[in-house]
Design a protein around this ligand. Sequence first.
Ligand code: PLP
Length: 390
Amino acid sequence: MDTEIYADHAATTRLREEVLEAMLLWLREGYGNASSLYKLGRTARKAVENARRTVAEILGADANEIFFTSGGTEGDNAALRGVMACAAGRHIVSTAFEHHAVLHTLEALQKTGCDVTLVQPDRSGHVSAEEICAALRPDTALISVMTANNELGTIQPIPEIGKIAREKGISFHTDAVQAAGHIPLNVRNLCVDLLTLSAHKFGGPKGVGVLYLRRGTPFIPYLTGGAQERGKRAGTENVAGIVGLARALELAAAEMEEEAARLRVLRQRLTEGVLRIPFVRENGGGDRLPGIANFSFTAIEGEYIAMMLDQAGIAVSPGSACAAGSEEPSHVLTAIGLDRAAAKGGLRISLGYGNTEADVDAILQALSPAVEKLRAMSPAWAAMRHMGML
Ligand code: PLP
């Protein structure tokens, strides 16, 4: 594998060495089924329950409010389907720039008779609590708003929305998959009933996540099967994954302040450098996660820039990895008001653990000639030149 600089931490992160170390025992010797009654099973159960306590403590939750899942997509599905399966009202309020794990689940719920209102974010990539409130109806049963957007990094006013939801007795879910490990997440302060996490976004393994479910929240699990996770999530527990998730969250929480400050400085350096390239705009602003930056490059597509950087050993992304290969522009960038061309010109650079100043300088060094080369081949750029716009 010859990627030299990895700057796509919003897509996934490298497994931390300390996490791998913690997992190895459970992959090698500790292979028991956590539901088995003999010693091998009981030891695995103990590891799962220790991990649950660690996660609960970091999130400010009770251990019996933490349910392990297979990741963010499952957590989002479980939350939305689980609440709507037993809600009296049929209306859901969410936003137009949620991850597809939420948006496509909402589409599926619409087919079962639910009614969905999607609030548009503003140009800077934020929704307001007032706009969410204005979208509520007497039959609203669920609000789902992401803690931070995965393409822009913009942080949403979750505690304010949570207070409104609580006052009105509406269940409130937040997809905190991008935010986890980067900003403090305390479920009581956030005032949420359900919250989704995924380990691979903060130095943990892929295929394991958490659903926080506040005690008393009406919920019917959509997975049917065994009685694992106190009947809320059937399926044999991924013991090594769960141990890895807890260790990764613990490390991220301990290093958060310092790492966030470091990433903010790196992103500032990156942004200043990128904006020196002519006809570039930064997408998203205001309150943001420390490592994510998003830019649109006039007259060229982000996908081609990412491909050229890949040839230089640099991994960045035109948008969400889940939408890769799609002909459509990013639904996030169009939701904040970019036209189709500008949205196709989007490029996300997400810095994270292990990135250095030298990485940022190398990205900048490769980016400028890549943009120049692509524009030299771009009919849109030629047209702009012809019209005297350059
Ligand atoms: N929600 C958000 C905001 C994400 O960024 C992602 C992953 O990109 C997901 C959900 C899905 O998580 P997972 O990859 O663990 O299924």
